[in-house]
Design a protein around this ligand. Sequence first.
Ligand code: BGC
Length: 750
Amino acid sequence: MSPPTPGELPLERKVALLSGRSYTHTEAIDEAALPAITLLDGPNGLRRPGDSTEHIDPRRALPATCFPPAVAVASSWDAGVTARVGAAVGREARAFGAAVSLGPGVNIKRSPLCGRNFEYYSEDPLLAGVLAAAHVRALQEQGPGASVKHFAANNQETDRKNVSADVDERTLREIYLAAFERVVREARPATVMASYNRINGVHACENHWLLTEVLRDEWGFTGAVISDWGAVGDRVAALTAGLDLSMPGPDEDGDAEIVAAVRSGALDPAVVDRAAARVAALTRRAAPATGDADLDAHHELAVELAADSAVLLRNERNVLPLDGVRTVAVIGEFAAAPRFQGGGSGNVRATRVDAALDAMRTLAAARNATVAYAPGFSTDGGGDPAALRDEAVRAARAADVAVVFAGLPEAAEWEGTDRESLSLPDEQVELIRATAAAARRTVVVLSNGAVVSLEGWHDEVDAIVEGWLLGQGGGRALADILFGVVNPSGRLAETVPLRLQDHPSFLNFPGEQGHVRYGEGVLVGYRYFETAEVPVRYPFGHGLSYTAFETRDLRAVPTGPDTAEVSVTVANTGARTGKHVVQVYVATGAGPVRRPLRELRAFTKVELRPGESTTVEFALDRRAFAYYDVVLGAWAVAPGAYTVQIGENASTVVAESAVTLTGDLRDLPLSLDSPLADWLTHPAVGPDVVRELAAGRSEETVRQGMRTPEFRMMSSMPIRKFVKYHARGVSAGTLERLLERHGLGRGARG
Ligand code: BGC
């Protein structure tokens, strides 16, 4: 006899599927042949429990490869890089018997202070979404499932389990949901993880609009929605909203509440059946641990991907690479004891860790150069800061180049808390300045999981490499970049502001009294800095190379009312092979809403040898031109002028080409209560209204009138009143007939 299907199980057994058995496991339902599955934290490496399936003690965790975290791989601007991370984590998940890797995190970096920014990709939803989709696809090709998190608007750690992110719908759709949408539609993740916070007052885990109407009905998600760990307060409400699996477990009381709700008729049993079926489907990903991951190969991969991710921010007098240098003073504790990952659930017990100092010694030796080392500062409070600094300054003075490894201490970047400032620790700033004053040339290498301020020392140093947190191979990758074994190709996935006060989130982060107001709306990150012309230290998309690139022959041609095709040629005009990121932005003022000055709409990374050029093509889909129209409750492309721009970064445009789109806004709702201006500018009805108002005169007379201050005074008047008082020749009946003719008879706008 075949085992029962999940739907045939007794109610209690169905409900047992809906909460975990432990911190990392679901419940096995043996009689239905449904195994327990293991869910382990990712996404840049697996956090493997040691001898317990309960809360994971990092000291007893088992080793896994720590690949570069999201903050780093985002700076690669290369979906090939995130795909390779995803595939490798997938292979390790299979080897270690995990059915689900809990990641990637695609939350938008709304503020540089968010304590989990190291786990997130970008301030831009396209970049985050494209990179995450590649990770998920590659991971799932290996068998295990992904869990895209934290859905949604979980952009801070302060009060994270309770705070309500108060966000208008256009901003949610265009900024905070867009990366999730892309991943769900394009990569079909096995699970989505609902976040701790509330959204406009409703907990994400109990948010029917979010989990059912948007995620399933609109985006077509068919997998299981799981809760963030301990996020569910009311199991019945969560289940009703569309949450399937509450983690961790056990949660016998919650299970009993669900059973009681079904028995009392308060909960439709079909809701339980649906959720149980989704969790049962997830158990198909269970597989015995194969134990066969090639950890040596994965370490090499971790080095390679880290080298693709670091960003060369500044390189005055071409101090880098360290060609022909005889003596190098390596300064800073992070050179010997790398800071390579953030703290909290994403923390991985690395299989090994490469220190930049060792790798630099090896590379220097092969070039007959010498390396001296001074720790310069201590992150554990040991040592006298002045003595450490003096020792470093002596080493710097004696060398051709000083390379200072600075950054944030591990405790500064930890899940559960946000930072309070962008500053590096004071003793490190003093160390950098003292070194720069003494050394012939100074290079600073940064290790930090989120943006730090470069002010107070930036202009005193020759070069800055933003190494972010690069995973266990980061030390070697940095050495390869410093010595030119690798040509840096990272680009900033987030803006480096001059001051925290300049940041669009500044006045509304992290909120107060249980609410955080996303007052900057869609003007997040560079969208704000560029629109408001607020100067920054380094714009989104910035990154230097040891070679030079030229952009030419941009062509942008509409391919329909709301789409276009773009092609552009890039050439390597320098002397080294290098990788270049082609960044395509769209700028427009079209439509009834405020548009950011420009928005990233496509990108790709190309590798070119000296003298080589290539032509890249992009098909810009409807979304590349659209805004979310809250009146229509839909995405819309307004008719009008659009400029396709190739940006060296978000603030430097190197080529642009105009396109005119007819758009797809013809069915805008309209009623007699809509303002006169909406009628006159309506793409379908507008010309007819002008004709009616002209009443035999030339239409140009009406159009001229529309440009007068008197007209502007009346333009917000509902047309019903306008015709009553100012255009007696046009009746309400005429207007109604116009609406009928254009199929807008039932449209309404207050
Ligand atoms: C984190 C999640 C993580 C989960 C399981 C939570 O605290 O927010 O990102 O996947 O723990 O460890």
